[in-house]
Design a protein around this ligand. Structure first.
Ligand code: NDP
Length: 401
């Protein structure tokens, strides 16, 4: 029986709140805190209407460590689930250290003024969490998160050595808008307009944005053009699985989406450099976020499904083996259950399960961990129970050589 503090009341925060409220035997008291308290209250109302579980709400600026510390001291959570934005990660980790509370997030730290994500800032907290006897779980959404846990399952049960890893992320859904992002537009656009990068033979190889693409088939969806992009879990996976000769990440984008993205970049609206507009300093990308559809409100008309998985080639008992593990998630089912679309659902469910793993002592340790460092089995069992069933295929054509 433990208190849980969820920070961030966007699409992902909504799903985490719903999912924690389904497991009151683990999360006995739930608080949802964010910058705009009315968003927390709306979620709390929906959770109560649907599950008859009351959750507390609070306003907090997660960039203000003293404010976070006093909220944590007052509510006394056993763990903080950080589903605000990556900019807040270090501040929330600082507050957890100061108050002696476990930490979990779904996206690695990014400095506000530089579109660059890397684990180095959070890995630097290793000693402090270890000394405090606390656990910090990094990247426990879907990707990063489940993709890393899928890889851990492959390593534990299917391979003696993994050589080639391709993470494939397809959103086969349609939200009916000309252009919208599936999660926070600022973070999403920063991520997908970066240069591509993959790991091969001990080195990182950089590509132009969207330079490399392949037609890949996704179960129940069909063929989709998939683009090689850099994604954060690659950094920890190649470190934790040194037998990997190559690791890549592929994401599907429609032509329409890429055209909009190109225009946004060409006219300077994707820039994170502040400009002066009529005497006020604004960041073009933040302004763009304000006029784009709110990803949290895409759910109602969202049709189709996501399909995210890992395609792995390696060796088992001296023989070459191929392995594909994936989950498909229907946007409509996610919306019916939580009022959020599939991308928020596939992120929020793993965040809740990760917190449950820590609070039920199935994931233990002291320090900062990426999720592939834990036992994947109890986590994967809970995924099926909480609405993210997964499937695996052995010795299939991975379509990627
Ligand atoms: P949203 O933008 O919808 O929600 C973010 C929430 O955080 C908002 O409620 C926002 O408040 C709040 N917030 C922002 N800054 C602060 C602050 N300083 N103090 C307190 N609250 C703050 O994002 P999503 O729900 O779509 O995504 C949440 C996180 O999940 C992101 O970090 C994203 O990168 C990550 N993610 C991870 C995925 C994965 O698979 N691993 C996939 C998708 C997302 P306000 O309402 O006032 O703006």
């Amino acid at each position: 029986m433990s208190n849980v503090l969820i920070i961030g009341a966007g699409g992902v925060g909504r799903v985490v709140a719903f999912k924690c409220a389904q497991v009151t035997e683990v999360f006995s008291n739930i608080m949802l805190a964010s910058r705009t308290v009315s968003k927390c209250e709306a979620i709390a109302r929906d959770v109560y209407d649907s599950l008859e579980v009351s959750i507390r709400t609070s306003k907090v600026d997660a960039d203000n460590v003293p404010e976070l510390v006093s909220l944590i001291k007052e509510f006394k959570p056993a763990i903080v689930i950080n589903v605000a934005l990556p900019y807040q990660d270090l501040h929330i980790m600082d507050a957890c250290l100061e108050t002696g509370v476990h930490y979990l997030d779904t996206a690695n730290y990014e400095p506000l003024d530089e579109a660059k994500f890397e684990y180095k800032w959070q890995w630097a907290y290793q000693e402090r969490f270890e000394k405090a006897g606390l656990i910090a779980v990094l990247g426990c959404g879907f990707d990063p998160g489940v993709t890393s846990i899928f890889t851990a399952r492959a390593a534990k049960h299917h391979f003696d050595e993994m050589h080639f890893l391709d993470i494939v992320d397809c959103n086969g859904g349609d939200h009916g808008k000309a252009f919208a992002t599936n999660f926070n537009p600022e973070i999403n656009i920063r991520e997908v307009t970066q240069k591509g990068k993959y790991f091969e033979n001990g080195q990182w190889i950089e590509t132009e944005p969207h330079e490399i693409h392949r037609m890949l088939n996704y179960p129940n969806i069909g063929a989709k053009n998939s683009y090689l992009i850099y994604h954060e879990e690659l950094e920890s996976l190649v470190k934790n699985y040194p037998s990997l000769k190559r690791a890549r990440f592929w994401m599907t984008f429609g032509e329409e989406y890429l055209t909009h993205l190109r225009v946004i970049q060409n006219i300077g609206m994707g820039s994170i450099e502040p400009i002066n507009y009529e005497g006020k300093e604004i960041v073009p990308l933040q302004f763009l976020k304000a006029v784009l559809p709110n990803p949290g409100e895409l759910g109602e008309n969202y049709e189709g499904e996501t399909s995210i998985g890992c395609r792995i080639k390696g060796v088992k008992d001296g023989k070459e083996k191929t392995y594909y593990i994936y989950n498909n998630c229907q946007h409509q089912n996610a919306f019916k259950e939580t009022g959020a679309q599939g991308v928020s659902f596939t992120t929020g469910v793993p965040a809740m399960i990760g917190a449950m793993m820590v609070l039920t002592n199935q994931w233990t340790g002291k320090g900062v961990f990426n999720v592939e460092e834990f036992n994947p089995d109890p986590f994967l069992e809970k995924m099926v129970e909480f609405g993210l069933p997964w499937h695996e295929q052995v010795d299939v054509n991975l379509e990627l050589d």
